[in-house]
Design a protein around this ligand. Structure first.
Ligand SMILES: [Zn+2]
Ligand SMILES: [Zn+2]
Length: 342
């Protein structure tokens, strides 16, 4: 089974080949589509408290957030040294890194949108701790924290959780954002995303949620119909740099955003949610402005935005919706979750 990183010389990026993960557990196709009908505990869920995982490890009877090393890691400190690549045009190396899972709650039936704001705050604290812990290690160049939500994005278990890939390289999008942010800072003396936020505040039409120190907006340049950025207004390179007040405000805006997503079609709203944070490879990333991105794959209920010719073939997005209209839709929704309304 191949487990290594291979360099893509045309795209100039690493591809993680983790063919050893083919036997990982999959329960995505057998679960109910309606998370409201889910029980709070499932005996064969490998993320519920007290249950055994495939590795044989048994989850503690946790009552808050539970973090553990992924049993089927795509990057690992024990990844094998790869065989020499077949040709001098090819490069490969060991898939070194640390992969973790963060369970948001012992409750199988909750999601980010159903957590209390204080619990979202606790999750932010856990993200801060993981970024500092993993990012502080010499062998880790970048900490990618992300949540995949919904069967349409391939989630294998509906228990609310996110994942962390702490890798020996910087993911391509982060590298691009860091380069753009640095260039902007060199040219203007200002921070790119802070200026984007100022532009969004100046216009106002695409703001979804906002409080004193945090904001959620559908950017002017959104690629997906309901793409939303959630960010602290102050340019912090990572989540670890937030003050307690900023963390609390971010929790509030984050929760408000995901509640609106669920309220849109009164169904659990699928998305890919990466945290974009400064790399931890020792570089100077003071110009990087931490933010959370939501990439929802649906344009309408059960209607996927298919990535096709322009997106997959060419690498540029063709958007069929207007960010101004979509932001207005989200803004007009109530901020109490539909399942909790009477
Ligand atoms: Zn569970
Ligand atoms: Zn980003």
């Amino acid at each position: 089974m191949t487990w290594e990183e291979r360099w893509h010389p045309l795209r100039e990026e690493w591809v993680i080949v983790a063919a050893h993960r083919q036997d990982r557990p999959w329960s995505g196709e057998t679960v109910s589509h309606d998370s409201d009908a889910r029980p709070s505990y499932v005996a064969d869920c490998y993320l519920c408290p007290g249950n055994a995982r495939v590795s044989g490890a048994v989850n503690p009877n946790y009552d808050g957030i539970f973090v553990f090393d992924n049993d089927h890691p795509c990057v690992g400190l024990d990844a094998p040294a790869p065989a020499q690549s077949e040709s001098s045009v090819y490069r490969n190396r060991s898939a070194q890194g640390i992969a973790r899972v963060v369970c948001y709650s012992p409750r199988h039936d909750l999601s980010l949108a159903l957590l209390a704001t204080s619990e979202v705050e606790g999750l932010i604290t856990a993200w801060q701790r993981e970024y500092v812990d993993l990012g502080g290690r010499a062998e880790i160049d970048h900490v990618l924290i992300f949540e995949n939500k919904g069967e349409v994005v391939g989630v294998s278990n509906p228990h609310p959780h996110c994942q962390i890939y702490a890798t020996n390289f910087v993911f391509k999008t982060i590298e691009t954002e860091a380069r753009a942010s640095q260039r902007y800072s060199d040219e203007t003396g200002r921070t790119l995303l802070a200026d984007v936020i100022a532009a969004e505040q100046g216009d106002g039409r695409r703001i979804v949620s906002e409080n004193e120190t945090a904001i959620a907006f559908l950017p002017y340049f959104a690629r997906y119909a309901y793409e939303v950025f959630v960010a602290p207004k102050r340019a912090c390179p990572s989540i670890a740099a937030l003050t307690d007040t900023e963390a609390r405000d971010l929790a509030e805006v984050l929760k408000d955003t995901v509640v609106r997503f669920d309220n849109l079609w009164q169904m659990p709203f699928p998305y890919v949610m990466p945290l974009h944070q400064a790399p931890t490879d020792g570089g100077d990333y003071r110009a990087f402005h931490f933010h959370i991105e939501f990439h929802p794959p649906l344009r309408r209920p059960h209607l996927l935005k298919y990535l096709a010719g322009p997106e997959i073939g060419g690498g540029n997005f063709l958007s069929d919706t207007s960010p101004e209209e979509k932001a207005a839709e989200l803004r007009a929704l109530p901020n109490t979750h539909y399942s909790l309304r009477t």
